[in-house]
Design a protein around this ligand. Structure first.
Ligand SMILES: *Cc1c(COP(=O)(O)O)cnc(C)c1O
Length: 233
């Protein structure tokens, strides 16, 4: 089994250093290990190193791994685009959903969450920097959807998520992330309190932490490059 303890330490160090540089407590940022397109054996190895939260983007791929790893006490986060015919599986098998971007999906997730389960932790995915992207809602729609999330019985609104356009410029990265932070503040001013900003990936996690990220979603820096997919689902 591949030994992941070195990379896990290295990524924790990146997070701690970014927190220190920006005057934040290291405990204020959680690491979500994005395991999409990596095998259950790699997840198990990282779990042995102490990692508990894992992010997946493709429902059917995720369900196989969740079943295979059900002897471990893991927390599963869905972070991919949501087709409405997949909401029942997501509501049943995941603890968090970061990629809620429309009313229909939100209502279905609440209706399909099993009765015995805790409310589903949800973040609203917001488009930042590139309005042509498919995933995510325009920022101006967030308040309405957030109010609905607060009313639905089996949803626990946690905050906001974004995937900004890739940029190698740390200042530009920070400008994108600061927009999500400002939107969270605007929601709070409107009476909608949230505790989560899900932003930052392998290449921009320091900028995200500088701008208030509370969950960073890291794949490549932990698991190495993903195999190229021929088609995006
Ligand atoms: C794949 C993915 C990540 C992880 O990206 P890396 O660059 O590999 O760290 C984070 N968030 C989302 C939404 C993803 O789809």
């Amino acid at each position: 089994m591949k030994d992941f303890s070195g990379v896990l330490d290295a990524v924790h160090n990146l997070i701690v250093n970014a927190c220190t540089a920006h005057g934040r407590s290291a405990r204020s940022v959680r690491l979500l290990a994005v395991s999409k397109q990596h095998p259950a054996s790699a997840i198990r190895a990282l779990a042995n190193g102490g990692q508990r939260a894992f992010g997946e983007s493709y429902v059917s791929e995720a369900l196989g791994k969740i079943a295979e790893l059900n002897d471990l006490d893991l927390e599963w986060h869905f972070i991919g685009p949501i087709q409405s015919n997949k909401t029942a599986s997501i509501a049943t098998h995941f603890d968090w959903v970061h990629s809620v971007d429309r009313e229909k999906v939100l209502r279905r997730l609440s209706a399909q969450r099993p009765d015995h389960a805790q409310p589903l932790n949800c973040c609203l995915q917001v488009k930042i920097g590139d309005e042509k992207r498919k995933s995510g809602m325009p920022a101006q729609d967030a308040e309405g959807l957030a109010r609905l999330a607060q009313q639905l019985p089996n949803i626990r609104l946690r905050g906001l998520m974004t995937v900004p356009p890739p940029s190698a410029d740390p200042d530009q990265q920070r400008r994108w992330f600061s927009q999500l932070g400002r939107l969270q503040t605007a929601l709070a001013d409107a009476g909608i309190e949230t505790d989560t900003l899900s932003m930052g990936m392998s290449d921009d996690l320091e900028a995200a932490i500088a701008e208030g990220a509370t969950i960073v979603r890291v794949g490549t820096a932990l698991f190495g490059p993903r195999p190229q997919k021929k088609e995006q689902p």
